[in-house]
Design a protein around this ligand. Structure first.
Ligand code: NAD
Ligand code: UDP
Length: 339
C-alpha cells in the first residue's frame, strides 16, 4: 500500500513510517514541522533505505495537499497523526485545539473523498474513556464528552466524525486507534521522542533526569488506591504501537471500527522509574508531589480485540521500552538537535 502520513515526522509517525517501510509499504508525509524535526525523517530514510516524499504544510491547506497527493497518486490510505497534544495547553487555549484537531480531521476526510482514498487510521487516545468505571478498559467501555480537557474532547469528537463519514460513504474504512501510553524509541537509538522544552509526560521526563538535564522526577501523588499508591498506566512500546498501525491498515474493513492499542499490563509511576534506573544503571532521584489535576488513578486496557481481529499484540516489555528510550536519550541528549 501507499500511505499518506499526516504528522508523519512526529514521534509516533516516524516510528510508524519505519514499520510500514519495513513491511513493504510506501509512505509519503505531510507535516507542518510545528512539533518535529526534518532530521527524524532523514534518519528514518537511512534506517530503511527508502525515500520518503515530504510536503511541509499544514494538512488543512487543501490546495497544496491535493497537489502533493496527485503527484504521489494513487494513495491507498491516510494515517492521521497530525494534531496538537499538550493537555495543559488545550485547557489554556481550547479554540486552537478545536480548530487544529477537528479541522485537520475534516480536511483529511474531504481529501479522501476528493482523491478516492478509501482508508483512514486515526490517532485517538485512551483519554476518551475519562474516569474508568471498570478496568481493564474495553472498546465499548463508556466514553463521553465529560472529559477534563479540550484535548480529550477533540479526540472523542473526531471519533464521531469518522463514524458519521464511514456511515455516509460506501466503501470508507475508518479505524480509530485508542493509544494507551506510548513510550520508548527505535532500537537503533537514532530515532525517538524529542519533546520541546520540559517534558510533561513521565517517560521523557525520567529520561531527562537520567541523562542529568533535569534534577529529579516529581511523582504526582502517592495516595492513589493502587498497590504502591502511585498512578497505574499501560505503557506501550512505540514500535509495538507502530506495528499496530500496520495491522490496522492491512485489516481495515468498510465502516468504522475502534481498537485499543495497549499491553494490558498496568505499571505504576514508581515501577517505571525503577525500570528506567535499571536500564540506565543509575539511581533516578524522585520526590513525591501533590496529585496532578485531571489525572485518573489507573488506566489500562484489555487488548484482546486487536489480537482476535488482527493477530496483533504488544510484544515488548517496560524494560525493553526503557532500554530503547535510554539508548536514544543517552546518544542524543538534546534530541535531534544534538551536535
Ligand atoms: P507529535 O507532536 O510528535 O506528532 C504530531 C505531528 O503533527 C508533529 O510532527 C507536528 O509537527 C504535526 N502537526 C501538528 N499540527 C499539524 C497540522 N495542522 N498539519 C500538519 N502537521 C501537523 O505527537 P505524537 O506523540 O507523535 O502523536 C501523534 C498523534 O497521536 C497525535 O494526534 C496525538 O494526539 C496522538 N496521541 C499521542 C499520544 C502520546 O502520548 N504521544 C497518546 C495518545 C494519542
Ligand atoms: N506523572 C508523574 N510525574 C510526571 C509526569 C507524569 O508522576 O512528571 C504520572 C502521572 O500522574 C500519571 C503517569 O505518570 O500517573 C503518566 O502520566 P503521563 O503524563 O506520562 O501520561 P497520561 O497518562 O497523563 O497521558
Amino acid at each position: 500500500m501507499r500511505v499518506l502520513l499526516s504528522g508523519g515526522a512526529g514521534y509516533i509517525g516516524v516510528h510508524t513510517a519505519i514499520a510500514l517501510l519495513e513491511a513493504g509499504h510506501e509512505v509519503v508525509v505531510v507535516d507542518d514541522m510545528s512539533n518535529s524535526s526534518l532530521e527524524a525523517l532523514v534518519r528514518a530514510g537511512e534506517i530503511t533505505g527508502a525515500g520518503i516524499p515530504l510536503l511541509v504544510s499544514d494538512i488543512r491547506d487543501e490546495a497544496r495537499v491535493r497537489t502533493f497527493v496527485s503527484e504521489n497518486a494513487p494513495l491507498d490510505a491516510v494515517i492521521h497523526f497530525a494534531g496538537l497534544k499538550a493537555v495543559g495547553e488545550s485547557v489554556a487555549d481550547p479554540l486552537r485545539y478545536y480548530d487544529v484537531n477537528i479541522g485537520s480531521a475534516v480536511a483529511v476526510l474531504k481529501l479522501m473523498a476528493a482523491e478516492s482514498i478509501p482508508t483512514v487510521v486515526f490517532s485517538s487516545s485512551a483519554t476518551v474513556y475519562g474516569q474508568p468505571e471498570r478496568l481493564p478498559l474495553v472498546e465499548d467501555s463508556p466514553t463521553g464528552l465529560d472529559l477534563p480537557n479540550p484535548y480529550g474532547k477533540t479526540k472523542r469528537i473526531v471519533e464521531e466524525i469518522l463514524a458519521d463519514a464511514a456511515a455516509a460513504g460506501p466503501g470508507v474504512r475508518a479505524v480509530a486507534l485508542r493509544y494507551f501510553n506510548p513510550v520508548g524509541a527505535h532500537p537503533s537509538g537514532r530515532v525517538g521522542e524529542d519533546p520541546v522544552g520540559v517534558p510533561t509526560n513521565l517517560m521523557p521526563y525520567v529520561a531527562r533526569v537520567a541523562v542529568g538535564e533535569l534534577e529529579r522526577v516529581g511523582i504526582f501523588g502517592d495516595d492513589y488506591p493502587t498497590p504502591d499508591g502511585t498512578g497505574l498506566r499501560d505503557y506501550i512500546h512505540v514500535m509495538d504501537l507502530a506495528a499496530g498501525h500496520v495491522a490496522a491498515l492491512e485489516n481495515a474493513r468498510p465502516g468504522y471500527e475502534v481498537f485499543n492499542l495497549g499491553t494490558g499490563v498496568p505499571i505504576s509511576v514508581r515501577q517505571l522509574i525503577a525500570a528506567f534506573g535499571r536500564a540506565a544503571r543509575r539511581e533516578i532521584p524522585s520526590t513525591v508531589l501533590p496529585r496532578r489535576a485531571g489525572d485518573v488513578a489507573a488506566s489500562y486496557c484489555d487488548p484482546a480485540k486487536a489480537w482476535n481481529r488482527w493477530g496483533w499484540r504488544a510484544e515488548r516489555s517496560i524494560d525493553d521500552a526503557c532500554a530503547d528510550a535510554w539508548r536514544w536519550q543517552s546518544r542524543n541528549p538534546q534530541g535531534y538537535r544534538t551536535p
